[in-house]
Design a binder for this molecule. Structure first.
Ligand code: ADP
Length: 477
């Protein structure tokens, strides 16, 4: 977590107990073998084709092999199998380890889970690949079990989270009483006291916000928070979340439309009453859309427009949140998804924010195998795109089988407890098919070119109503 820059505790190296030869022709080799045999890090050397030439005992242990020699000559990608640190399966095309082995390129330390042998066991590791010599033929793979580090990080997060949570309560009390002091209906104070208390009130509010930010950051960086995937119809899901924003849009006199036919930004397939399926975490989806729509409302002045849309885009589901607000300069555009980044201009300075919202959006989207990006120009509005792996109707139906079975089983159990004499029926679970393979965030997105941001004047509301139109029926989605 970069905010605090905690020093990670490395697992201590095991004490070397073997006797080191003091002389002899192969002293260097002996020492190297000794070191490789006692260290806790896995070390593997492969040839140009990725076949294992050498494996140390730690690597064998981590990979679930009883003897390092069992791996000699085998393809390293069969021995070292990884998934994302969130527990998501990686296709060959997006697996950075396989890509580096096949291309002979360096792999910078990459955090992921190691799949131990043919078991369900997963070990969190960082893995890297370096060329063993200048010719780039042999490669050295190193990987390290980071279970302990993650545990310590989790404990630190928990401490910060508890501490900020506990400290928020007295700060809220101070804040409340200062508000009472400053309210002429509840307290009488002279002008000088008012000035002092106003300063104290601003500071207490700042402190409260700081604690809230600390809480948010601990939640964001908590690697234990994993997506809870469910098959979902995306148009309905997004529409459902979007409708909560109607009152606020009306209050701000902003034209807010779901599924608007803003053809200027439509570049992919678009059908009437289109249904698009994906495999997502509904809570993550809410966090993503809450932040994007909240930003659109924050950075769009009265009289502006916001469009939210969902559509199928080949094997992806594409969601866009478009606004005709203040836009983002090209200098800022490359940084807005970084933690605590806020565009520095006179408008953003007057609008409250922490610079955490888009960081969260990116984190949550990528955890579901998706990608997020923005198109904008200063003064000309912005469009934020979220692209997620798409399920076909068949895949959706297959994934729904165990969920429906479980629901039926629950209903049956309820019935059976109400009528205990009825015979017991069990619904057999169908196997769930493997997850669709999303495009890696490390690859450049294979998505169609994104159209330019519509100029405020180019975006026409879907209904020619001169008053504010908050249309969530969405017309054409
Ligand atoms: P904040 O809490 O500052 O809104 P975010 O991470 O959500 O933090 O956004 C980072 C920065 O990106 C914002 O400070 C703002 O400068 C810019 N930004 C985000 N969304 C929009 C938008 N819809 N229009 C204009 N600027 C935006």
């Amino acid at each position: 977590m970069s905010l605090f820059n905690f020093k990670k505790t490395k697992s201590p190296a095991a004490p070397i107990q073997a006797t080191v030869p003091s002389h002899g022709a192969n002293q260097g080799n002996d020492l190297a073998s000794l070191v490789l045999s006692v260290i806790h890090d896995g070390v593997v050397m492969t040839d140009r084709a990725g076949a294992v030439q050498f494996m140390n005992p730690a690597a064998a242990r981590l990979c679930g092999l009883s003897n390092p020699n069992d791996a000699i000559g085998l393809d390293s990608i069969l021995i070292i199998r990884i998934e994302t640190k969130e527990g998501r399966e990686l296709s060959e095309a997006e697996n950075p380890f396989i890509l580096a082995i096949r291309s002979g390129q360096t792999l910078k330390p990459y955090e992921c889970n190691l799949i131990v042998g043919q078991t369900d066991k997963r070990v969190p590791i960082t893995i890297s690949i370096l060329p063993a010599d200048e010719t780039g033929g042999n490669r050295v793979i190193t990987f390290r079990d980071i279970t302990e580090e993650l545990k310590e990080e989790g404990e630190q997060m928990e401490f910060i989270s508890t501490a900020s949570h506990e400290m928020r309560t007295p700060v809220a009390t101070i804040d409340g009483y200062l508000s009472l002091c400053l309210n002429p209906q509840t307290a009488t104070i002279d002008e000088r006291a008012r000035n002092y208390l106003t300063t104290a009130h601003a500071a207490s509010q700042h402190l409260g916000k700081l604690f809230q930010d600390l809480l948010d950051v601990t939640k964001l960086d908590d690697s234990r928070i994993r997506p809870n995937f469910v098959p979902a119809e995306m148009v309905e899901m997004v529409k459902d979340i979007t409708k909560d924003y109607i009152p606020r849009a009306q209050e701000q006199k902003i034209n807010f439309t779901f599924g608007a036919d803003d053809s200027a930004s439509v570049h992919s397939e678009r059908k009437l009453n289109q249904v698009v399926y994906s495999y997502v975490d509904p809570d993550f989806m809410r966090e993503i859309l809450d932040n994007l729509i909240d930003n659109a409302l924050k950075y769009t002045p009265s009289g502006g427009s916001i469009y939210v849309n969902v559509r199928g885009d080949g094997d992806r589901v594409l969601i866009n949140v478009t606004d005709t607000g203040m836009g983002i300069s090209s200098d800022d555009l490359g940084h807005i998804f970084q933690k605590f980044y806020r565009a520095d201009n006179s408008d953003t300075r007057t609008i409250g924010g922490t610079g955490l919202g888009l960081y969260l959006v990116k984190q949550r989207t990528e955890a579901m195998g998706g990608q997020v990006w923005a198109e904008s120009a200063f003064g000309e509005g912005s469009t934020f795109y979220v692209s997620l792996p798409r399920l076909t109707a068949d895949e959706y139906e297959k994934r729904m089988i165990p969920i429906r079975n479980q629901k039926m089983q629950e209903q049956l159990s309820t019935l059976q407890s109400a009528f205990p004499s009825q015979p017991t029926t069990t619904i057999t679970e169908q196997p769930v098919p493997a997850m669709p393979q999303p495009i890696s965030s490390q690859q450049s997105p294979q998505l169609p070119p994104v159209p330019p941001i519509p100029q405020p004047t180019q975006i026409s509301p879907p209904q020619p109503n001169p008053n504010i139109n908050n249309n969530l029926n969405g017309g054409n989605v």
